[in-house]
Design a protein around this ligand. Structure first.
Ligand SMILES: [Mg+2]
Length: 204
């Protein structure tokens, strides 16, 4: 069966949308999402790494995060056609807070794995991920070498040229209505008898 890998923060969970108001509340930093030209917030804004960790490691903060617009609704559509494997670079000690958040937000999924960004591509290869939805630019480039289709959620921090099997989407509504994604879902049954990499033929 088709297996879809989903990143969590920036794809399902609107981490930055809640992180920036929290950084303002706690430390007085007034930063907009458009200021985030790099994924490492502490490298491109006055927010320090220590301050970032202080926010990220707070389970109460994690429990209150909003989901990316319409994520649960459209992930349900994917789940009706594929195995959903959430692969996040959060530290595994965030697992209880993370599973609770997924449950509370009605996110349907089959598997949840905690994998550092630098190891996501190898993990995706080993787990036969056919399609991956990600928001980190460098991770998407690595995934493109092992996954037939990579969907990049568009943000200021992931701008740059993309390989031909990486597509940029403005959000879940855009992704779910795209002919390419629909084609991938429609061919699920045919793909059940083939290896994941056979799907590469579809994009030639
Ligand atoms: Mg992410």
């Amino acid at each position: 069966m088709l297996t879809i890998g989903l990143d969590l923060d920036g794809v399902i969970c609107d981490m930055v949308g809640s992180f920036l108001p929290e950084a303002k509340r706690l430390f007085g930093h007034d930063i907009s999402q458009n200021d985030l030209s790099d994924f490492n917030i502490w490298e491109v804004t006055p927010i320090t790494l220590e301050q970032s960790k202080q926010i990220f490691e707070n389970d109460i903060f994690l429990s209150k995060l909003r989901q990316v617009r319409d994520a649960s609704k459209h992930i349900l559509t994917l789940a009706n056609n594929a195995i959903i494997h959430i692969i996040t670079a959060r530290w595994e000690d965030r697992k209880p807070a993370t599973t609770k958040w997924l449950h509370d937000n009605g996110i349907i999924y089959d598997k949840l794995s905690f994998v550092p960004s630098s190891q996501k591509a190898e993990f995706a290869k080993q787990n036969g991920i056919n399609m991956f939805v990600e928001d980190k630019y460098s991770t998407a480039l690595g995934l493109a070498e092992v996954c037939p289709l990579v969907c990049l959620m568009d943000y200021p921090w992931n701008q740059g040229q993309l390989p031909k099997n990486v597509y940029r989407f403005s959000g879940w509504s855009h992704l779910i209505s795209h002919p390419l994604v629909n084609a991938v879902l429609l061919i699920t049954k045919e793909m059940q008898k083939k290896s994941p990499l056979d799907m590469l033929d579809i994009f030639k």
